[in-house]
Design a protein around this ligand. Structure first.
Ligand code: FMN
Length: 174
């Protein structure tokens, strides 16, 4: 099984990228590719811009990466209760190429933030809308208070209950 994982953020030290990467690594004998959204740089979407430039190569390249996967692990950064502008923008471009952005893949949706809410609000929004974009959502999990529960040096969760919850979440992919 090939898993493509990414944090829905362009932060260089994205905690969601760290979480998505770790979660994907827990799937036994899966081949994992971790995307960095900085590699898919697109201009700010508008229909005028779309009429001017058409479909950006970076949005096509992002969809091509999703197509290579059997399953996706996505962890959402929350900005003011919603998606990061960077992911929403890339997603909007991608959705104009095909509405089924997630192309009927099995998907685990995660979120985390430094605060106790764990970016639950954006996770709920993503889980609610992802099926309209071709995601077969197998499980969702929010990790609160990232820096209390994740050992950044070791790149893994330090809280045993959350570790178990994450193992259960990713087990839904196999
Ligand atoms: C503009 C802005 C708005 C934010 N809003 C929220 C929020 O609504 N909820 C939350 O839990 N964290 C919020 N945060 C903190 C983010 O969770 C934190 O920056 C986190 O590291 C983002 O994930 P990332 O590291 O994967 O980019 C916000 C951060 C910024 C810069």
């Amino acid at each position: 099984m090939k898993i493509v994982a990414f944090g829905a953020s362009t932060s260089r030290q994205s905690i969601n990228k760290q979480l998505a990467s770790y979660a994907a690594s827990l799937v036994p004998s899966a081949e994992v590719e971790v995307l960095d959204l900085n590699d898919f740089d697109v201009p700010l979407f508008s229909q005028d811009k779309e009429a001017e430039i058409g479909q950006p190569d970076a949005a096509k390249a992002f969809l091509a990466k999703l197509d290579e996967a059997d399953a996706l692990v996505i962890s959402f950064a929350e900005h003011n209760g919603s998606y990061s502008a960077a992911y929403k923008n890339l997603f909007d471009w991608a959705s104009r190429i095909r509405q089924k952005v997630y192309q009927d893949k099995s998907v685990v949706l995660l979120s985390t933030s430094p605060g106790p809410g764990g970016a639950k609000t954006v996770l709920a929004a993503a889980a609610g809308s992802a099926p309209y974009f071709g995601a077969d959502v197998k499980s969702t999990l929010s990790i609160p208070s990232f820096y209390d529960n994740f050992n950044v040096e070791q790149g893994k969760l330090s809280d045993p209950e959350l570790e178990q919850a994450l193992l259960t979440a990713v087990a839904a992919l196999v």
